[in-house]
Design a protein around this ligand. Structure first.
Ligand code: SF4
Length: 98
């Protein structure tokens, strides 16, 4: 019972965090052209990832993109391909859990 409550609280905290998008106003990208983060080639991806590198809300940004299954663009310093890989690994990990 205690564990269920703890899991429930963790779930509520996580969903609250994911609904709260105030962090977006603190991102380094807030005053930049959004097109930078939706590049059409690998060089553009690297430019965007470099901007994200020292963004103070990078972790939140990545969690948001992963949890909302955002497929396009650079989020949290990751490319579309990197996020697909992270989600695939997370799925494999969850399937390997008893
Ligand atoms: S990590 Fe990158 S995309 Fe996310 S808020 Fe920061 S600068 Fe913007």
């Amino acid at each position: 019972m205690k564990e269920e409550l703890q899991n429930s609280n963790q779930f509520e905290e996580l969903t609250k965090e994911l609904r709260d998008t105030a962090w977006m106003h603190q991102g380094k990208c807030v005053s930049l052209d959004p097109a930078i983060f939706f590049p059409s080639d690998g060089a553009g991806v690297e430019v965007a990832k470099k901007i994200c590198r020292d963004c103070e809300v990078r972790d939140l940004c990545l969690r948001y993109a992963l949890s909302h299954r955002i497929e396009h663009g650079v989020w949290g310093g990751t490319s579309e391909r990197q996020r697909r890989r992270i989600l695939k690994q997370a799925k494999l990990l969850s399937l390997s859990q008893p």
